[in-house]
Design a protein around this ligand. Sequence first.
Ligand code: ZN
Length: 460
Amino acid sequence: MVRLAAGLVAARAVGGLARATGRGGGTSLPGKVLTRVEPHAIERLAGRLARGSVVISATNGKTTTAAMVSTVLERAGTRLVHNRAGANMVGGVASALAAAARRGGRVLDGDLGLFEVDEFWLGPVVEELEPRAILLSNLFRDQLDRYGELDIIADRWAELVAKRGSRSELVLNADDPLVADLGRQAGGLYFGVEDDALALPELQHASDSKHCRRCGHAYAYETVYLAHLGRYHCPNCGQKRPEPAVVARDVELRGIRSAAFTLSHEGEAHRVELPLPGLYNVYNALGAAALCRALGIPLADVAAGLGAVAPAFGRAETIELGGRPTSILLVKNPAGANEVLRTLTLEGRELDVFGVLNDRIADGRDVSWVWDADWEVLAPHVRRMTCSGTRAAELALRMKYAGVDPGRLRVVEGLEAGLDAALADVPQQAAPLYALPTYTALIELRELLARRGQAKEYWR
Ligand SMILES: [Zn+2]
């Protein structure tokens, strides 16, 4: 108890210092200090949450999904301890708990822990947190040089699931075979899309073939919805996509602004008006809905809550810049980028695009993934594309190969100069601009806009 109290004092001190010196690293630093003093601080603190914890992991959409769950639960009156700032490794989870701790850790200001957790760190965090439910949403190929093959993560998740047994309820995406196979023994609450109108003609560029965990044979797809998500079966052993209990039907995608779908579970159905675009956000909402159902929230309240979700910074948020509505859409890996590109084509207009490709460490130094993303779908819609970032020239080259007329492309290396150049080139008054930054570019953009007084304060 004394170690925990001392650790919390130390965490608070560095937290205060990080805030006072204006460094953004304050989000995971207090937690790192805390777990250095008391290695089981997460376990000790999370144990005080009256309604336990839930955990969300995925390659894409963790932050948005957690924000959706948070909106639904807070409307239901739940007081959350939530790592909102997106710091999703051990330090970030410990920081969120430290911030909620009172009286030396004897009391926690919150009833339920809601934590998004990096897919690689899921094991160690879950061991400490003992969550009552785990939402596993998708596994896509991410920056390769960060963690290696995604099969390694799938294997780790399988070990974790086997170890948890029935101590955590699993909430799983039936449409992602890598995730769905995790519940074959343990069981789980499955969610999935059922809408053949959304079917893609074939597997996209970015998707590698997925193999049946039972026999190792490649899965065959009847329907592909997004990357390797869809309806599939194993031609060798007969393993099939599990029948989802929480389902999205009659999906309507409305460009960059919004989407709608009918959410059903246990014979009940409600229309969800989602203020976020794209099928990928329908999947995020579906995962959030299933997790909320696992927590006992009535389906009508889930649907209403999803309708009230606000986009997070860089996740399809639109802000006014220089008189132009500017939508900011994070692109960080082929599957995520493909969904953003596909959504952009639904805008039904010629597009002014500001692409920022960085190769800093948090982006993955290897930017070869841009060659795997389907920029070809965007190419015929581009009026003007300004390419910026540390690898601006490579992005422009990729666009040229995608079929964009070089006369429509422009390379401006610095982010600030690039943004201003993109904003200044206005085809008509108040024409929208679409900014597609990689991860560190998004952070730089947020800092730039904050300096100019143009960004809301999203993160502490
Ligand atoms: Zn099989």
